[in-house]
Design a protein around this ligand. Structure first.
Ligand code: NAD
Ligand code: DAU
Length: 351
């Protein structure tokens, strides 16, 4: 029996790596990619697999019940891997409502469709919700987020993701829907939209523009290469315990300023610049409102129970990422020349 898997948000950064992995590794599955192609969705991310026989793209909005209903009517869906979301914290500060609509309402529309179409016969079915470590709030200098850490979201983005996590768990407890959730730390790698810190910095360094570092650059993030996240998603989808939550992290904490200095060193080498040249572009700007100080994940459960481990060291992953951006100039130019430019001007004019 072929399996039909609905992946939402598959044209985005992480979603495109998940779609590619499933299309290539599971020719016996039918992979459907439902994506609204917002500013963050880009079908160029999937150009290498778009003609695969086991892949189909459907343009549609997860908040639209008619669209989602049609997808569940037209295809015998066995599993959902739900990544579609508004994902940028800064945008959630300037426009929270878009986050409430897609991240909360959109998730409920999908949950309802799965519940109704699976009609209580949940054998072989799974609703996998992809979430973030930001739902746990902000850490001080010590400690790690575990699966038991109490939720304490502090931005409109993380509050909307926390809300969606609660709703997914509520559908499990109330209706018995088989669900699994994973909460991951910061991803980086190819196809990362250049509003996010690492690709934004790569683009600015390349073009000799200031690198905006919020506040004093002392905030800490735990970085994971995107393909390691996709590998974890694959493992959890196939081996995860329904009803369970898994934390995914890189065990790789960096202060923003230290990360940027490492990136500058790599870029100096790649661009044949004198050592220290790119660092001169570092510019401290006004801090993000409510900026969480530190995120760090304890992924012991995933490592022990399912045998996952991150494959890349940070310097190796960052070098691969820089190489990808430098050899995919058109991908970057197509984004940076569009509406993005207006967003960039608005976001950074007062900083
Ligand atoms: P992204 O912003 O790069 O991509 C989001 C995708 O969802 C885009 O293709 C967009 O077109 C699509 N989308 C948005 N609204 C939609 C809607 N209403 N209907 C259908 N499609 C819609 O996001 P990303 O960074 O790839 O994140 C993917 C998921 O992983 C999100 O749920 C995010 O919360 C989660 N996550 C991200 C990170 C990270 O570091 N980027 C870390 C942990 C968890
Ligand atoms: O932790 C997981 C989360 O990681 C995901 O859930 C989000 O979808 C994803 O966007 C990411 O959120 P962050 O806010 O941590 O990522 P961002 O790349 O926006 O910022 C990383 C850090 O860099 C953060 O401390 C803010 C800082 N920063 C960011 C930008 C865009 C700057 O200093 N300057 C910048 O210009």
């Amino acid at each position: 029996m072929r399996k039909t898997i609905l992946i939402t948000g598959g044209a985005g950064f992480i979603g495109s790596h998940v779609v590619r992995r499933f299309v290539k590794n599971y020719p016996e599955y039918n992979i459907l990619n439902l994506d609204a192609l917002t500013y963050a969705g880009n079908l160029e991310n999937l150009i290498d697999i778009e003609k695969s026989l086991n892949y189909k793209f459907i343009k549609g909005d997860i908040t639209d019940e008619v669209v989602v209903e049609k997808v569940f009517n037209d295809f015998p869906i066995d599993g959902v891997i739900h990544l579609a979301a508004e994902s940028h914290v800064d945008r959630s500060i300037s426009d929270p409502m878009a986050f409430i609509k897609t991240n909360i309402l959109g998730t409920v529309v999908l949950l309802n469709a799965a519940k109704q179409h699976w009609k209580g016969n949940f054998e072989g079915k799974l609703f996998y919700h992809i979430s973030t470590d930001e739902v746990y709030g902000s850490l001080g200098d010590e400690g790690l987020f575990t699966e038991e850490t109490a939720y304490d979201p502090r931005s409109p983005y993380s509050a909307s993701k926390a809300s969606s996590d609660h709703l997914v768990r509520a559908y499990h407890h109330t209706y018995g829907l088989p669900v699994v959730i994973s909460n991951c730390s910061n991803n980086y790698g190819p196809n990362h939209f250049p509003e996010k810190f690492i690709p934004l910095a790569i683009n600015n360094i390349k073009n000799g523009k200031p690198i905006p570092v919020y506040g004093k650059g002392e905030n800490v993030r735990d970085w994971l290469y995107v393909e390691d996240h996709a590998a974890a998603i694959d493992l959890i989808f196939h081996k995860g315990e329904p009803g369970d939550t898994y934390n995914i992290g890189g065990n790789n904490e960096w202060k923003n300023i230290d990360l940027i200095k490492l990136l500058c060193t790599i870029m100096d080498t790649k661009l044949n610049r004198a050592t220290g040249e790119s660092e001169k572009l570092i510019t401290y700007v006004k801090d993000r409102a409510g900026h969480d100080l530190r995120y760090a994940i304890d992924s012991t459960k995933l490592q022990k129970e399912l045998g996952w481990t991150p494959s890349l060291q940070f310097e190796e992953g960052l070098t691969k990422t820089v190489d990808w951006y430098l050899s995919n100039q058109k991908w970057l130019d197509d984004i940076v020349s569009g509406n993005y430019q207006q967003y960039y001007n608005e976001q950074y004019q007062n900083r």
